[in-house]
Design a protein. Structure first.
Length: 283
C-alpha cells in the first residue's frame, strides 16, 4: 500500500513538474536590420529591413538610409579595411539615385558580397568588381543620353573619327557641314568642300571608310555605331543628312580620306576657311 502511494505521489509530482515547464518558445529569431557582425566575422555588414512590412514613406526613407550606409563602407568611412575607388562609387550612386527602387535588391546582393569577405571565403577585390559592374547592369537596355540638343563644331581634316555623341533608338538628327568652306584632301588635288571630289567616287574602295554608292573622296561622312559595335557609314550628300537611329549607340564624323598629313585648308589672304559642323534634332 505504501509503495502504491509512493508511485502515485511520484506521478503527480512529475505531472506538476511537466505542467510547470509550460510550452517551449518556438518563436523564430528576428533577423538583424542595419549593421551587424556575426561571431567570427572580421567586419560588420549592412542587413536590409523587411521592405514589404514598411509603410511607403518609411520605405522610401529607408532606401536613402541604406544607400548612405553602404556608401560609407564602400568609401572607407567605416575604417574596417574596405575602401573602393571614388570614381566608381560616384557612378554607382548616380545610377541608384535615379532608380531608388533598385536599392532594395542591391542591399541584399551587397550583403552577400560583404559576408564572403567577413567570413574569409572571398576577396574585397571581387566585391569591388561586382560594384564596378553595377551601373552597366542596372542601366542595361536604357539610353541615358538622347541627342535632344544642338552641337556646333569645326571639322578637323587632319584626323579620323571625331566628336562621338550618344544617340538613342528613334532619335532623328540632322548632320550638316558648311558648303562655302574649302580644303584639299591630297597634295595637288582640287579644292573641295564637304561634298568631296565629284570626279572621284569611292564606291567599292574598301581602303576608305565610305565606299557605298554616293561616296566621294574627301567628302563628309557619318558613322553610327550600335551598342553591339555594329558600324554603319553613310555619305553626307549635299552637305547635310537626316539620320534616324535604329538602336542606341553613338554617331561621329570625318572626311572620306585614308591619310591626313597633306590635307590643308583654303586660304585667301589672311583668311583661312574652316568648315562648321552642326548636329541637331531633326523635327
Amino acid at each position: 500500500m505504501a509503495d502504491r502511494h509512493l508511485q502515485t505521489s511520484l506521478l503527480a509530482a512529475s505531472f506538476v513538474a511537466t505542467m510547470g515547464c509550460g510550452p517551449k518558445n518556438t518563436a523564430p529569431v528576428k533577423p538583424p536590420t542595419g549593421w551587424h557582425q556575426e561571431e567570427g566575422w572580421t567586419l560588420s555588414c549592412y542587413f536590409p529591413p523587411d521592405w514589404g512590412a514598411l509603410p511607403e514613406l518609411e520605405r522610401r526613407a529607408m532606401r536613402a538610409t541604406a544607400l548612405d550606409d553602404m556608401i560609407s563602407q564602400w568609401n572607407g568611412s567605416k575604417e574596417d579595411g574596405i575602401a573602393f575607388k571614388a570614381d566608381r562609387l560616384e557612378e554607382v550612386e548616380i545610377v541608384l539615385l535615379g532608380r531608388p527602387e533598385k536599392i532594395e535588391e542591391i542591399v541584399t546582393a551587397n550583403l552577400k558580397q560583404c559576408e564572403t569577405v567577413a567570413t574569409g571565403s572571398g576577396e574585397a577585390a571581387a566585391w569591388e568588381s561586382w560594384l564596378t559592374a553595377l551601373p552597366g547592369k542596372l542601366t542595361e537596355g536604357e539610353c541615358l543620353q538622347p541627342l535632344d540638343y544642338t552641337m556646333f563644331d569645326y571639322l578637323d581634316i587632319g584626323s579620323g573619327w571625331q566628336r562621338p555623341l550618344s544617340i538613342c533608338e528613334g532619335d532623328k538628327v540632322r548632320v550638316s557641314g558648311t558648303l562655302k568652306d574649302k580644303y584639299r584632301a591630297e597634295d595637288g588635288g582640287p579644292w573641295i568642300n564637304v561634298e568631296g571630289d565629284p570626279d572621284r567616287p569611292t564606291v567599292g574602295d574598301t581602303s576608305l571608310p565610305c565606299n557605298l554608292e554616293g561616296c566621294n573622296y574627301g567628302m563628309l561622312v557619318l558613322r553610327f555605331t550600335s551598342e553591339e559595335g555594329v558600324e554603319t557609314i553613310l555619305p553626307v550628300t549635299g552637305g547635310s543628312i537626316v539620320f534616324t537611329a535604329p538602336s542606341h549607340g553613338t554617331i561621329d564624323y570625318r572626311i572620306n580620306d585614308e591619310k591626313y598629313f597633306d590635307n590643308i585648308w583654303f586660304k585667301n589672304g589672311g583668311i583661312i576657311d574652316h568648315t562648321a559642323i552642326e548636329i541637331s534634332p531633326a523635327n
